[in-house]
Design a protein around this ligand. Structure first.
Ligand code: BGC
Length: 250
């Protein structure tokens, strides 16, 4: 069964059709830069043009950087505040004429990783962190997702944590890998003071082996520390996978 997956991020909107039985993309993904300001209307226009590009008329799953309940955004980070209170599922369905399921982007990526990647078969408490423009989090207990956690948003050293330790901050502040890893260590230690975690999976661009080899050995966690396997496809795959569950069952 194929479903279209879209991952709306602070810097890029990525999408591709996905075989939701295997978790594989069935065509090369397309990335369109996120419009400045990322208002609901502008993002909807990009989403429509992406579906038209692929000639896609079936169901769509979409991850957005917001707390999402029943298709509605309850927060907004790295996208316009005007998302708050907007029913993204309704907006995208109306704009495109296709049925939509909406989920938090980190929850989407983590669901993909738990089903098809590094988290497959893991029990206990598993935390996935997506390190990119922000820090996304997804928490599982025995494979059940506790949705909409926002562990990128606690306070660390006088800043919102993701403004201190995200990959964007590493680039913007021109931090070397040791300095950034020290910040990530503080971040992880803080989380481990609050939660008893069995496995932490690090995802996002920095989970590529060519990057993770620069900092992984500098991190020390009580939990087993893994890197994601699906990398920049996880958000697309998880969004599509979610739409399968929401749409096929209704
Ligand atoms: C948002 C999360 C999102 C994460 C990754 C954070 O700023 O609050 O909802 O999952 O960025 O995009």
């Amino acid at each position: 069964m194929e479903i279209f997956g879209i991952d709306v991020g602070g810097s890029g909107i990525k999408g591709a059709p996905v075989d939701v039985r295997t978790g594989r993309l069935t065509a090369e993904r397309l990335r369109i830069p996120t419009p400045e300001g990322a208002s609901p209307k502008e993002v909807a226009a990009v989403v429509v043009s992406m579906l038209d590009h692929f000639g896609w008329n079936g169901p769509v799953g979409c991850g957005i950087p917001a707390r999402v309940k029943q298709g509605m955004a309850h927060t907004a980070a790295n996208i316009s505040d005007s998302w708050i209170g907007k029913n993204a599922a309704r907006l995208f369905s109306k704009a495109s004429g296709r049925p939509f399921a909406i989920i938090n982007d980190a929850d989407a990526a983590a669901l993909a990783e738990m089903h098809f990647g590094a988290g497959h078969g893991l029990k206990g408490v598993v935390l996935m962190l997506t390190l990119g423009t922000g820090i996304g989090s997804a928490l599982f207990v025995d494979n059940t997702l506790i949705p909409n956690t926002e562990f990128g948003h606690f306070w660390l050293r006088g800043r919102v944590a993701e403004h201190y330790a995200s990959d964007r901050v590493r680039k913007e502040e021109n931090l070397d890998w040791e300095t950034w890893a020290a910040r990530m260590q503080e971040y992880l230690s803080h989380i481990e003071r609050l939660l008893d975690i069995d496995t932490i999976i690090l995802g996002g661009g920095v989970s590529k082996p060519s990057r993770s080899e620069k900092f992984l050995h500098l991190l020390d966690t009580k939990a087993d520390l893994l890197t994601a396997e699906l990398r920049n496809e996880a958000g697309i795959v998880g969004a599509a996978w979610t739409a399968r569950r929401l749409i096929a069952n209704t």
